[in-house]
Design a protein around this ligand. Structure first.
Ligand SMILES: Cc1ncc(COP(=O)(O)O)c(C=O)c1O
Length: 406
């Protein structure tokens, strides 16, 4: 019989879990800052950040204290009442951004679901039922609900689940001409990531994002920025749009916002928010006091000039280190990204082999990510010490050596 003290093994995953994931052979049991330890006490340097989530590192003392303090006060009451942490979080988010109003959710996909529903509802309220087209982009990723995979630009995530949602057009990212040609009076929103994360660490051209804003204004459409991955300081400003000179109508944020505690938010303006009138949308857990207290503490830590400037300085350190490795053992054709969302696009010789680099690094004690089969992705804590960056790059170099010379 399985007891609480029965050892947990990776084999148990295959016995009891739905097979939609293929987790690594090791099981991490604790973390501190940018380090993680597995069941055998093997140490790993964490350049993965739980897929761009642990923005201030594992077991950050301020977050542990917040979790304990709020945990002893109030976890949940549902949205029949409001609560102090939710209102404090919303106020901090509106003070720091373009937004006047906030909707709180539990995951990136849910924040996007709210954003897409709001964009359509706003169009119905102001212009009529016909205005329902969402323009989105190839390789884009917005989550795994049916609406979000339908807006996402990767067929592999939406295929095989029956009819996808209608009224969604996918265009090439960074291509102003096709966008100009496609947008019309039927378009209710342009949805985009300011830097495509899952799609391969591809930055939006400043001219493209600016033109998207202008076209939205010309056609009474809303600009929805999915900052689930790029937000909460990851690109060196609290939100990526703050580097573009334009403002969205709706912005979604999750991942780094909770440092691993499930929490998300959709931000918007007073005018647009009116369309999510009483009863139009909701969530049982969304805005619960426990999650919001943690997100508030994350914002307090991240949204300082020192931490945000540190993100850019750390990017430069990563880039120099990666270029150095690449000069000795060419393995990538481009080192790209911004802030602490970094991609190494593999050279043709290593086509489709990003997963092998990930596994080689992992076996040597370094956690990295991939973004598709040809890009090694790194998204560490925004507070990662320089010494951990350097130590991780030494391990990455050994992994690169194994693959390129092995
Ligand atoms: C840009 C973007 N949007 C949405 C999501 C979905 O977020 P979640 O997995 O929290 O639902 C992700 C997750 O990777 C993402 O990168």
């Amino acid at each position: 019989m399985f007891m609480s003290n029965t050892p947990v093994t990776r084999a148990l995953f295959d016995d009891v879990m739905v097979p939609n994931y293929a987790p690594a052979p090791v099981i991490p049991v604790r973390g501190k800052g940018s380090r993680i330890w597995d069941q055998n006490d093997k140490e790993y340097i964490d350049f993965a950040g739980g897929i761009a989530v642990t923005s201030v590192g594992h077991s950050h003392p301020k977050l542990v204290a917040t979790l304990k303090e709020q945990g002893e006060k109030l976890w949940h009451i549902a949205n029949v009442m409001t609560n102090e942490p939710a209102l404090r979080l919303a106020k901090k988010l509106t003070d720091a951004t373009f937004a006047d109003k906030v909707y709180l959710a539990n995951s990136g996909a849910e924040a996007n679901e709210a954003a897409f529903k709001l964009a359509r509802r706003y169009a119905v309220d102001h212009f009529g039922e016909h205005k329902d087209e969402i323009i989105a982009f190839e390789q884009g990723f917005h989550g795994r609900t049916l609406f979000t995979v339908s807006v996402g630009g990767q067929a592999k995530y939406s295929a095989g689940f029956g009819p996808a949602l209608e009224g969604i057009t996918h265009l090439p990212y960074n291509d102003i001409k096709t966008l100009e040609a496609a947008i019309s009076s039927k378009t209710c929103a342009i949805v985009m990531e300011p830097l495509q994360g899952e799609g391969g660490i591809i930055d939006a051209d400043p001219a493209f994002i600016k033109r998207a804003r202008e076209l939205c204004d010309e056609h009474n459409a809303l600009l929805v920025l999915d900052e689930v991955q790029t937000g909460a300081g990851r690109l060196g400003t609290l939100y990526a749009y703050q580097q573009t000179g334009i403002m969205p109508d709706i912005l979604t944020t999750a991942k780094g916002l909770g440092n691993g505690f499930p929490v998300a938010a959709m931000l918007t303006t007073n005018k647009v928010a009116k369309s999510l009138a009483i009863g139009t949308h909701g969530s049982t857990y969304g805005g619960n006091p426990l999650a919001c207290s943690i997100a508030e503490a994350v914002i307090d830590i991240v949204n300082t000039p020192e931490v945000l400037a540190g993100v850019t300085a750390k990017f430069n350190r990563f880039k120099a280190g990666l270029e150095d490795i690449n000069a000795r053992m060419p393995f990538c054709k481009e080192i790209r990204g911004k802030g602490l969302l970094i991609g190494c696009a593999l050279s043709e010789a290593y086509n489709d082999r990003a997963g092998e680099f990930l596994k080689a690094a992992q076996s040597k004690g370094l956690l990295v990510l991939v973004a598709g089969p040809n890009v090694i992705r790194m998204a560490p804590s925004l507070l990662i010490p320089d010494a951990d960056i350097d130590a991780g790059l030494v391990i990455l170099e050994a992994a690169v050596r194994d693959i390129t010379q092995g």
